[in-house]
Design a protein around this ligand. Structure first.
Ligand code: ATP
Ligand code: MN
Length: 538
């Protein structure tokens, strides 16, 4: 009887303990797309993209992320609530259970790379229970050429079994789902969650340990792009602050939207081969490049579609964190390979829901180090009417959940690199203006883009009294004018129309900065401490 499956390659997974008779190796995207539809695991959107639901989890689960405590990690990892230790023997037992579970399943295997720079490249073998998760790996990691595939050897293994449910009491996990890194065995073991972001952030977290420890390279939670004359810009920021949105710029070649390394050879390189964009309220008008990247090959996650496959990007009934993944080549203007020179400009993006930080300001080296260690953004307390108090959120290095080492390790490396390269550092508030969340409005994307362009082109000029105003609370230098942006927008105080309320709120935030920084004070030099806000409420 003819098989319904086209001729494809298979490999044995027995060395990994997976004794499956249906191992699908290196399927191309069309086949994985079709397989997902045939299995009833997804639908095709009118754009041609594949739309799936990731199930119980529509975001990462930071509390269920563990690192195996062993000879490699024991003395180096900053253990605590972010980097939770996991017992090596319990890992082995859980791994055996997961591979036994996969043994009677159909599984999808993909060989790919992380790190665009060949000198740093990591071979990754991804084993997925679901075809669409394997398509995600195709989109997000670096795709090997046929020749590279011939000589491929895997340095790290990702085992991804969303349908596997752990018995927490026996497994040593917190609950039924888990994402565990094992540096001795070089395995990222993910179970009980179908959220694809766990796959990419698992390898990111591994690199955040490996690169600084063994390669003298700084790993960064940032996006990057490069201008006509080869000037690189990088954008740090926590989730939702604009890394993907602002690095996707028709006038600049995209290097990557989330994870990069800064090498001792003074280059930066992307870890990934694709983008993972938020699509909440996405419109073709305001973000045309991302909108047009949503076509055959892309995977939409947790969006709502009508009968005709038209996506309603405003519908957040499954989650606010609706996403799309696509390979870099879905974007027109990209840098190939994904490597740039030393950055000339660094942007720290923050979505300040208090609405008190200037929309753009220039930082001194002390301020840059201070803000990097602080990693400030704000969360809005849900969308119900009446709940208007923003919550300050600090995440060291703008990515604490992915950083296995102590934050000062990364901060020291960044400070050194910033000094050596003489880079400009800017703090950009992509959050609120005219008042806090609930009163003011989100900064217009068009203005943020104009401010970034002015910073990149040099139009914001050198610091002088005529060009910049020093913010009386935060001490940062706020430009007095910027092409394409109404002058009133540049001064947050002016947008409030209520000085007393403005300063009260600004002090609230400066106090939150101070409170958060206490845990780093004993590590930070006098110079870094001077980079904090200048005034506090008493
Ligand atoms: P993650 O780390 O989760 O990938 P991210 O930093 O890449 O997050 P984006 O995906 O770029 O964040 O999300 C920024 C969101 O904020 C987008 O939905 C964008 O449309 C919206 N937005 C609204 N106003 C602005 C602004 N002024 N600047 C940047 N983004 C804005
Ligand atoms: Mn992003």
């Amino acid at each position: 009887m003819a098989s319904s499956k086209p001729f494809t390659k298979t490999i044995s997974l027995k060395p990994y303990g997976i004794d499956s008779k249906r191992v699908h190796y290196q399927w191309d995207p069309e086949l994985l797309h079709k397989e997902t539809l045939d299995k009833g695991m997804g639908r095709e959107a009118s754009s041609g993209a594949l739309a799936v639901n990731t199930g119980e989890f529509t975001g990462r689960s930071p509390q269920d992320r563990f690192i195996v405590k062993d000879a490699i990690t024991e003395d180096k990892v900053w253990w605590g609530p972010v980097n939770k230790p996991f017992d090596p023997e319990q890992f082995d037992a859980l791994y055996d259970q997961v591979v036994a579970y996969l043994s009677d399943k159909e599984v999808y295997v993909r060989d790919c790379f992380a790190c665009a720079d060949r000198d740093y490249r990591l071979g990754i073998r991804v084993i997925n229970e679901y075809p669409w998760s394997n398509l995600f790996a195709y989109n997000m990691f670096i795709r090997p050429s046929e020749a590279e595939l011939e000589s491929f050897s895997a340095d790290w293994l990702v085992v991804n079994a969303p349908g596997f449910i752990a018995d927490a009491a026996v497994a040593g996990t917190r609950q039924h789902n888990f994402a565990i890194l094992n540096f001795s065995r070089k395995i990222a073991l993910i179970g009980g969650t179908g959220y694809t972001g766990e796959i990419k952030k698992g390898i990111f977290s591994a690199l955040n340990f490996l690169l600084p420890v063994y390669n003298n390279t700084l790993p960064m939670h940032c996006s990057a792009n490069v201008g006509e004359d080869g000037d690189t810009a990088i954008f740090f920021g926590l989730s939702g602050t604009g890394k993907t949105t602002l690095s996707t710029d028709p006038n600049r070649r995209l290097i990557g939207d989330d994870e990069h390394g800064w090498t001792k050879e003074n280059t930066i390189f992307n870890f990934e081969g694709g983008c993972y964009a938020k699509v909440i309220n996405l419109s073709e008008e305001s973000e045309p490049e991302i909108y047009r990247a949503i076509k055959k090959g892309a995977i939409l996650e947790n969006v709502i579609m009508d009968e005709q496959g038209q996506v309603d990007f405003g519908d957040t009934s499954i989650t606010q964190n609706t996403r799309v993944s696509y390979p870099l080549y879905h974007i027109e203007n990209i840098q190939e390979p994904s490597i740039g020179k030393n950055p000339r400009n660094i942007f720290f993006l923050t979505a300040d829901a208090f609405g008190v930080l200037p929309p753009i300001s220039k930082l001194t080296p002390s301020q840059a180090a201070y803000h990097f260690i602080s990693g400030y953004t704000a969360k809005v307390a849900g969308t119900e009417a009446g709940v208007v108090e923003p919550i300050p959120s600090f995440s060291a290095c703008f990515g604490a959940p992915f950083m296995p080492l102590h934050p000062t390790k990364y901060a020291e490396m960044l400070s050194r690199k910033m000094q050596e390269s003489g880079v400009n550092v800017w703090l950009v508030n992509t959050g609120w203006t005219g008042g806090p969340y609930g009163v003011g409005t989100r900064m217009k994307l068009k203005y943020t883009r104009a401010m970034i362009h002015a910073a990149l082109s040099g139009e914001l000029g050198l610091y002088s009294y005529d060009t910049y105003h020093i913010h009386s609370v935060f001490g940062v230098a706020q430009p007095r004018s910027c092409p394409g942006v109404p002058t009133s927008v540049l001064s947050p105080r002016a947008t409030w129309n209520n000085d007393e309320a403005y300063y009260k709120t600004a002090f609230k935030l400066s106090n939150a900065f101070r409170e958060n920084f206490k845990k780093f004070e004993s590590y930070a030099s006098e110079e870094i401490r001077r980079g904090g806000p200048q005034r506090y409420a008493f």
